[in-house]
Design a protein around this ligand. Structure first.
Ligand code: PLP
Length: 468
C-alpha cells in the first residue's frame, strides 16, 4: 500500500471532512499532504500539486514562507497566547495600528475573532446593538444580496443566499431582506458592467426607501461574490450603496474576508469605490493563510455608542476564547511586511495580465459562457448551452471532472459547480499561470466533451465549495 493510501485509510476511519459528502470518498481519493513549499503542495507519495486556489483563498505568499515562518517561530518563544480581556500584548497592538493605518480613513477600531463567520456575527451584532444603544431599537433587520455568502454560523447563514447551505436550516434563520445581486454575468447582452451594476441598484434603493426604519445594516461581498461562483460587479454599485446608506441611516458592512488583501487588484475592494464602510470584515489572507483569525474594523462613532459606565449595560459583551492570538497576529504582521516590502499590489498587475492572456482563448470555447476577471481572481463559467447560457444540471458535476483532471496533471483546481477559477498565491510565476491555463483548458475539454447521465435526486442545489 502506498503511503498516500495508508494515510487516507486512517483518515477516513476517524475524520468527518468539511463541506463533503463523505460517501464520495468511496470513489474519490483523499489527498494527504506531507509538506508545502511556495505554490506547491506535496503528497506522501511525492506528487506535487500547484495550489491554484490558495487553499480556500487564504494563502497569498506561498506555503512555508520563510519570512512568515520566522516571525511565528520568534513569537512562539516569546508568548504563545494570553486572553485578551484585561490583557494585551505587542503583536495585537502593532497589528491593530497597522490595520487602522492601512484601511480607508474612518475605520479606527479593531475587534478580533477566530474565523470569518464569527467576524460576520460580530459585525451583525454590533450593528444591531448600536441602534439599540442609540435609541432606535426598531432597526433590527439586515439587507443582503442574492447569491451572497457570508459564512456558516447561523446568523452568517441568514445573510447568505447559497441554497445548498441555507435551505436545510431555514427554520433557524433570521428574516432578512434579499435584493437582486448586481452580478454582471446576468447583464443583458451588449450592456457594460458599470451600466448593469448601476441599473441593478434600483432594487436596493427601493428596499432601503421602503424599509430603512427597520433596517440595521446592508451586508455585501464587495466586487466578487466568491462562494456564489466568483460572480463579479462594478465598484459603482458600492459607491451608490454608500450614498444610500448615509441617506437612509443604515450601516454598510463590507465582507472583505475573501477579497481583502489584494485579491481584487487593490489592497481592499472598497478602495475602488473610494468609500469607507461602517464595518470592514477581514480574515482568510489576513494571516497569509497560516492561522485562523478575523478582524472587524469599525468607526469611532460606532465605538462611542458602546462606551459608557458599566451599569448602563451598553458594552459589547462578546468574546471568543482565542481572540487576538499572538501567533496569528505575528503571521499577520509578517504578511503585511511582505505586502509593503515587495510592493505586491503593483507586482500583481503583471500576473493578472498574464492570467487574462493565458485564458483569453477559452472565451471562444463552445461550452464556456464567460471568462471574467477582477484583479487576481479569474473565473471560467462552463455551460450546457452557450447562446442561452443554460447551466449544466448540478447533478452532472462537470466541475468534478476538471478537479480530477487537474489533480492528475499536478494542479489543485477546485471548481464551484461549473465555474473553474484561479485564485492563486501572489508568488506564482508567469510560467505557472500558463501551466494552470493549459490544465484548465484540457479539463474543460474533458468535462464538457460527453453527455453525462446521472440519477437525478430531488433538489435544486448548485455545486458549492464542492468539487462537483
Ligand atoms: C470564507 C468566507 C466567509 C467565512 O469565513 P470562515 O473563516 O470560513 O468562517 C465569510 N465571507 C466570505 C465572503 C467568505 O469568502
Amino acid at each position: 500500500m502506498s503511503l498516500n493510501d495508508s494515510w487516507m485509510q486512517r483518515d477516513l476511519a476517524v475524520l468527518w471532512h468539511p463541506c463533503t459528502q463523505m460517501k464520495d470518498h468511496e470513489q474519490l481519493p483523499l489527498i494527504p499532504i506531507r509538506r508545502g513549499e511556495g505554490v506547491w503542495l506535496e503528497d506522501f507519495d511525492g506528487k506535487r500539486y500547484l495550489d491554484a486556489v490558495s487553499s480556500w483563498w487564504v494563502n497569498v505568499f506561498g506555503h512555508a514562507n520563510p519570512r512568515i515562518n520566522q516571525r511565528i517561530k520568534d513569537q512562539v518563544d516569546q508568548l504563545e497566547h494570553v486572553m485578551l480581556a484585561g490583557f494585551s500584548h505587542q503583536p495585537v497592538v502593532e497589528l491593530s495600528e497597522r490595520l487602522v493605518a492601512l484601511t480607508p480613513a474612518g475605520l479606527e477600531r479593531v475587534f478580533y475573532t477566530d474565523n470569518g463567520s464569527t467576524g460576520i456575527e460580530v459585525a451583525l451584532k454590533m450593528s444591531f446593538h448600536y441602534w439599540r444603544n442609540s435609541g432606535r431599537p426598531e432597526k433590527q433587520r439586515f439587507v443582503t444580496l442574492s447569491n451572497s455568502y457570508h459564512g456558516e454560523t447561523v446568523a452568517a447563514m441568514s445573510v447568505g443566499d447559497v441554497a445548498l447551505f441555507t435551505d436545510t436550516y431555514k427554520p433557524l434563520l433570521l428574516d432578512t431582506f434579499k435584493v437582486p445581486s448586481p452580478d454582471c454575468y446576468l447583464r443583458p447582452e451588449g450592456m457594460g458592467w458599470e451600466e448593469h451594476s448601476r441599473a441593478m441598484f434600483a432594487y436596493m434603493e427601493r428596499t432601503l426607501a421602503e424599509h430603512h426604519r427597520e433596517i440595521a445594516a446592508v451586508i455585501v461581498e464587495p466586487l466578487i461574490q466568491g462562494a456564489g461562483g466568483m460572480r463579479m460587479y462594478h465598484p459603482v454599485y458600492l459607491k451608490l450603496l454608500r450614498e444610500a446608506c448615509d441617506r437612509y441611516e443604515v450601516h454598510l458592512i463590507h465582507d472583505e474576508i475573501a477579497v481583502g488583501f489584494g485579491r481584487t487588484g487593490t489592497m481592499f475592494a472598497c478602495e475602488q469605490a473610494g468609500i469607507t464602510p461602517d464595518f470592514l470584515c477581514l480574515s482568510k489572507a489576513l494571516t497569509g493563510g497560516y492561522l485562523p483569525m478575523a478582524a472587524v474594523l469599525t468607526t469611532d462613532r460606532l465605538y462611542q455608542a458602546f462606551y459608557d459606565d458599566y451599569s448602563t449595560l451598553r458594552a459589547f459583551l462578546h468574546s471568543h476564547t482565542y481572540t487576538g492570538n499572538p501567533l496569528a497576529c505575528a503571521a499577520a504582521l509578517a504578511t503585511l511586511d511582505i505586502f509593503a516590502e515587495d510592493n505586491v499590489i503593483e507586482a500583481n498587475k503583471a500576473l493578472a495580465a498574464r492570467m487574462a492572456s493565458a485564458t483569453a482563448h477559452l472565451a471562444e470555447h463552445p461550452q464556456v459562457a464567460e471568462v471574467r476577471q477582477t484583479g487576481m481572481a479569474l473565473a471560467i463559467e462552463m455551460v450546457q448551452d452557450k447562446a442561452s447560457r443554460t447551466p449544466y444540471p448540478w447533478q452532472e458535476r462537470r466541475g468534478l471532472k476538471v478537479y480530477q483532471h487537474a489533480l492528475e496533471r499536478g494542479a489543485l483546481l477546485r471548481p464551484l459547480g461549473s465555474v473553474v477559477y484561479f485564485l492563486p498565491p501572489y508568488c506564482i510565476t508567469g510560467e505557472q499561470i500558463d501551466f494552470l491555463a493549459e490544465v484548465a483548458s484540457e479539463g474543460i475539454d474533458i468535462a464538457t466533451r460527453e453527455a453525462v447521465s446521472v440519477a437525478v435526486p430531488a433538489g435544486r442545489y448548485p455545486g458549492f465549495r464542492d468539487p462537483g
